[in-house]
Design a protein around this ligand. Structure first.
Ligand SMILES: C[S@@+](CC[C@H](N)C(=O)[O-])C[C@H]1O[C@@H](n2cnc3c(N)ncnc32)[C@H](O)[C@@H]1O
Length: 408
C-alpha cells in the first residue's frame, strides 16, 4: 500500500511547505534521522534515549494562526476576473517579498485564509491603501488571524502604518462577512522593518484578546503574545516537558521564556490534579505576555502558586545566582526562541544546580549547542523527545531532559 501524499496548487511558489510532496511517514523518518545525527555524540556519551518523533495522525488544518502581507496590486487595466482586490494578499514567495495569492491553505484551520483575503477586499472597497514597502507609504501592512483550538474564539489583528481610516466601517463589514470574529485589534507598526507587529495596539471590536485551552487549562492570548500555532501537538509537547520535570510535592520550578505562562500553569495544574503543590515562577521579556500570564494563573485558580516576572531571562538568572538571591529552583524549564539561550543563563543554571533541567526547543541546532554548557557543568542528557509541530517542513521541536550527573 502506497503512502498518502498531499497537494497544494501554490506549493512551489509559496515554499512554506517545502516537504509537501514527501509522504508524511518519510518526513517523520527524515526528522528522526536528523536528530540521531545532530545528537549522536551526546546520546552515546550520556546513554540517553531518543524517542520516535511524535507525529500527527492527519497533518492538515493544524495551524491556528495565519498571516498575510498586503501590497499594491495590478492596476485596474491589468486586472481580470471579478471580485479581485486591488491589492495583493497571500504569502511571500520563498526567499522574496513577492506575494503569491492563496485561496485556501492546506495546513491552516479552515476559514482563516478567507478572513485574510476579505481584509484585502474590504479595505479595497473602503479605499484603504495597502502599504508599499519600497516607499514606506500606504496603510495596510499585514493581518494576522488566530482561531481557538478548544474554543470558538477568533481574533483578527490588522497591522497598519499609522491611522486606520474608516475603521468603524471596516469592522462592521468584516463582522458581516465573518461573524466568527470575536475581536478585532489594530496594531500600529510605522517602522521600516521586516518585523510584522509594532508595539501599539488598539482594540476596534470585542475584548481585544482571545482564549484557548491546553491540557485542561484556559489561556488568554493577546494580539502580540507568543502562543504555539499547532495546539494539538503543543499538548503533546507540554506533556513530555511536564513528565520530564517530575513534579514532586513542594518543588520550585522556574519556567524561563514563559510567554503567556502556558507550560508552568499546565505543570502546576497537572501536579494539583494529583494532590501535589508546586511553586512556579515564570520569566518573560514581553510585558504584555506577562500580564496575560498573571491573568491566566488567576483564571485557572493557580495564582497562589504561579507568579510571573517581566524580565530578560538572563538578567533574571543573574538575580537568582546573586548572593541572597531568591530561592534556587529545583527544576528549570526553558523554552527559548530559535536563537537559543545565553551562556550566562546556562552557567547560572549550573550554579543554582536544580535537580532537573527540561529544555524545550524549536531549533535543535541551538539546543545542541546549549547542551554543551549544561553538560560541562555536570548535567547529563537523560532523554530527548522530538515532536512534529510543523508537518511538511524540515522543522521539529524537541524536549531534552537533563539530570545532574552526580544524581543529587
Ligand atoms: C518559543 S517562545 C515560548 C513561550 C512559551 N513557553 C510557550 O510555549 O508558549 C519563547 C518566548 O521567549 C520570549 N523571549 C525572547 N527572548 C527573551 C529573553 N531574552 N528573556 C525572556 N523571554 C524572552 C519570547 O517573547 C517568547 O514568548
Amino acid at each position: 500500500m502506497g503512502y498518502k501524499t498531499y497537494t497544494c496548487p501554490i506549493a512551489r511558489q509559496c515554499g512554506g511547505c517545502e516537504w509537501l510532496a514527501v509522504p508524511y511517514p518519510i518526513q517523520l523518518r527524515r526528522k528522526q534521522e536528523a536528530m540521531e545525527r545532530l545528537f549522536a555524540d551526546v546520546l552515546g556519551e550520556d546513554g540517553a534515549e531518543l524517542s520516535p518523533v511524535c507525529g500527527m495522525e492527519e497533518p492538515v488544518g493544524f495551524r491556528h494562526k495565519a498571516a498575510s502581507p498586503y501590497a499594491p496590486g495590478p492596476s485596474r487595466a491589468q486586472r481580470h476576473g471579478h471580485g479581485r482586490a486591488h491589492m495583493r494578499a497571500g504569502f511571500y514567495a520563498a526567499g522574496t517579498h513577492r506575494i503569491v495569492r492563496c485561496d485556501g491553505c492546506l495546513v491552516e484551520d479552515a476559514g482563516l485564509r478567507q478572513v485574510l483575503n476579505d481584509v484585502a477586499r474590504v479595505a479595497d472597497g473602503l479605499g484603504i491603501r495597502p502599504y508599499a514597502e519600497d516607499r514606506g507609504q500606504g496603510t495596510l501592512r499585514h493581518a494576522v488571524v488566530r482561531s481557538g483550538w478548544a474554543t470558538d474564539e477568533t481574533m483578527l489583528v490588522v497591522v497598519t502604518n499609522g491611522e486606520l481610516p474608516r475603521s468603524r466601517e471596516f469592522v462592521s463589514l468584516m463582522r458581516e462577512r465573518h461573524p466568527e470574529l470575536t475581536t478585532i485589534v489594530q496594531n500600529v507598526n510605522t517602522r521600516r522593518t521586516n518585523a510584522i507587529l509594532g508595539r501599539q495596539c488598539r482594540t476596534l471590536f470585542g475584548p481585544g484578546v482571545m482564549h484557548d485551552k491546553l491540557l485542561g487549562c484556559t489561556f488568554e492570548i493577546g494580539p502580540t503574545s507568543f502562543y504555539q500555532t499547532n495546539p494539538a501537538q503543543t499538548e503533546r509537547l507540554y506533556s513530555l516537558a511536564i513528565a520530564g520535570a517530575r513534579l514532586e510535592d513542594g518543588i520550585r520550578v522556574l519556567d524561563a521564556y514563559c510567554g503567556t505562562g502556558t507550560i508552568g500553569i499546565c505543570a502546576a495544574a497537572a501536579a494539583a490534579r494529583e494532590g501535589r503543590r508546586i511553586e512556579v515562577t515564570g520569566v518573560e521579556s514581553v510585558p504584555g505576555a506577562v500580564a496575560c500570564a498573571q491573568r491566566n494563573a488567576r483564571a485557572n485558580g493557580l495564582e497562589d502558586r504561579c507568579g510571573f516576572v517581566a524580565d530578560d531571562a538572563t538578567h533574571h538568572m543573574r538575580s537568582l545566582v546573586a548572593p541572597n538571591g531568591a530561592g534556587a529552583p529545583d527544576v528549570v524549564i526553558l523554552d527559548p526562541p530559535r536563537a537559543g539561550s545565553t551562556p550566562e543563563f546556562l552557567r547560572g543554571v549550573v550554579d543554582l544546580a536544580p535537580r532537573r533541567v527540561v529544555y524545550v526547543s524549536c531549533n535543535p541546532e541551538t539546543q545542541r549547542r546549549d547542551l554543551d554548557e549544561l553538560r560541562q557543568g555536570g548535567y547529563r542528557l537523560e532523554s530527548l523527545a522530538p515532536v512534529d509541530l510543523f508537518p511538511h517542513t524540515k522543522h521539529v521541536e524537541t524536549v531534552a531532559t537533563l539530570v545532574r550527573g552526580d544524581g543529587r
